[in-house]
Design a protein around this ligand. Structure first.
Ligand SMILES: *Cc1c(COP(=O)(O)O)cnc(C)c1O
Length: 496
């Protein structure tokens, strides 16, 4: 049976993979999920001999059947090239007893590059396939890394524009500098007074704003999304789970078919959801460890079945996970509800209206694929310091959260299975937090002085994407309230 995509909120809303990529969010407000999860016969021993790009071609073909093998290879070759400073694309490194899958070797030094360097190419092909001659406008809220990564991917891509909103005080200084210096005449960035959830909620409203939609149509433009709600982002992320597993085979750490655990630093639940698809596809993962920081709404959800966003919001050292509404959880709810769209919609309505919902005991039984816990700020810093001292390996705060929670899981379950920790950002993106953790000093060097100091500790070259920031010109300086976002969009898009 051919694979299509259907909305989590309306079973009759069924589209092709390329249409799902173009739309991002379904018009009924739901998220697109595959009509079935492919269950290929995976020959891991054979995959272990293949490159990242070759594995990507096979996995992505399963989920994007209306793209030809040539089209996919074309997209893959344009995405995973010299932009990545390691030919392996996502090298697997052993340190302190765990395996770290380094997902930060792309142009903006965060794992988002794995998906966002290929999404513009997938979108361009998808537009051609559907004879869409409209200009595609990417509208994105970012907790720090998506914005830069998406702009880097879409900058100067013909017939596209990209508008990014980030929380004014919610991103690291390096993340902010990466965004405000972004080149490309088609890129627009504004800081929002408020936190990530404020920006994300408003972006979702803009997508569904009838008035704005019709103005867009009149001006021959259409919105799409580069957030992880777009399946064009999820699918490329499934690839590196398979890649990591096969590298463990290649290096003799496991035999084909043996189980592993994977620990994922989680915010919007996109990365870990890709792992869920990999597991359902047949990758031998025993548990997906859902690691949160002090904003531990997901930990509570997995432990109690109750999701409640009515709680204090903390600004932490791992800002890309400072999120109280994890959008992609809707897809998991849909599966937990045995694909019942009415039940899924009711839960999401509860979240919109009251900021909370509780799943049924039957749904809760489906959570066994996961283990969830969180790391406090102290535990995160302690993990960074310990890894530096014991293994001479410097990790960023997001990775440290996942590493810390992976250990909690191993202790609690008494498991000795090999564990892959997803290393989602380069420590050079968060030099101050990392320095503070290692030196235990409250005041450490700032800005580029911090980067130089970190370089002396890490003994690894400063990535080009960081070096070039020092002298890059600031090109964007809008600061607006969430209420002004509609106006901002109309202005930069010149909507009449
Ligand atoms: C986005 C991000 C995360 C969280 O990933 P989700 O897919 O939103 O769960 C974790 N770490 C870093 C560095 C990120 O940029």
């Amino acid at each position: 049976m051919a694979l299509f995509y259907k909305s989590t909120r309306d079973p009759k809303n069924v589209v092709s993979a390329s249409q799902a990529i173009l739309q991002g969010l379904a018009v009924d407000g739901g998220l697109y999920v595959p009509t079935e999860i492919p269950k290929p016969v995976l020959d891991f021993a054979e995959l272990a001999e293949q490159s990242y790009q070759e594995i990507a071609a096979q996995i992505m073909q399963l989920f994007l059947p209306d793209f030809t093998q040539d089209e996919l290879r074309d997209c893959i070759n344009q995405a995973y090239d010299q932009k990545f400073d390691d030919p392996k694309i996502t090298p697997l490194v052993k340190a302190d007893g765990q395996y770290y899958l380094e997902l930060f070797h792309g142009p903006t030094l965060a794992f988002k590059d794995l998906a966002l360097s290929i999404l513009p190419h997938l979108m361009k092909k998808a537009a051609q396939k559907n004879n869409l001659d409209k200009e595609i406008v990417i509208l994105t809220a970012t907790s720090g890394d998506t914005g830069k990564s998406a702009m880097a991917g879409f900058a100067d891509v013909e017939n596209t524009k990209i508008v990014v909103f980030y929380p004014e005080n919610g991103v690291s200084p390096i993340q902010e500098r990466q965004m405000v210096t972004q080149k490309g005449a088609n890129t627009f960035v504004a800081a929002i007074e408020g936190n990530f959830d404020d920006a994300q909620t408003k972006v979702k409203q803009l997508f569904n704003d009838e008035n704005l939609r019709s103005k867009m149509a009149q001006n021959n433009k259409a919105f799409s999304s580069a957030n992880s709600i777009n399946i064009g982002r999820l699918v490329p992320q499934i690839v590196y789970y398979v890649y990591a597993y096969t590298r463990l085979i290649k290096t003799g750490r496991i035999k084909s078919g043996e189980e592993i655990n994977v620990s994922v630093p989680t915010g919007n639940f996109g990365d870990i959801l890709a792992g869920f698809y990999a597991k359902k596809m047949g990758l031998p993962i025993r548990r997906l460890v859902c690691a949160s920081n002090q904003n531990n709404v997901l930990t509570d959800f997995f432990q109690t079945g109750n999701y409640d966003r009515n709680r204090p919001f903390y600004v932490t050292s791992s800002p890309s996970m400072d999120i109280l509404v994890s959008s992609n959880l809707e897809r998991l709810l849909f599966y937990l509800a045995k694909e019942d769209t009415v039940q899924t919609k009711q839960l999401m309505d509860g979240l919109n209206e009251k900021g909370t919902y509780t799943i049924t005991p039957e749904m809760k039984q489906g959570l066994t694929d996961f283990f969830a816990d969180f790391a406090s700020e102290e535990e995160t810093a302690e993990t960074i310091r310990k890894m530096y001292e014991d293994a001479d390996y410097v990790v960023d705060p997001h990775t440290a959260v996942a590493s810390c929670v992976a250990e909690k899981y191993q202790v609690e379950e008494g498991t000795a299975l090999p564990t892959v920790v997803l290393s989602t950002a380069s420590p050079y993106k968060f030099p101050q937090a990392v320095l503070q953790a290692i030196t235990k000093e409250d005041t450490v060097a700032e800005g580029f002085a911090a980067i130089d100091k970190l370089q002396r500790l890490a003994k690894k070259p400063i990535p080009a994407g960081i070096k070039e920031l020092e002298h890059a010109k600031v090109k964007h300086q809008s600061k607006i309230s969430a209420d002004q976002m509609t106006h901002y969009v109309e202005k930069v898009l010149d909507l009449q």
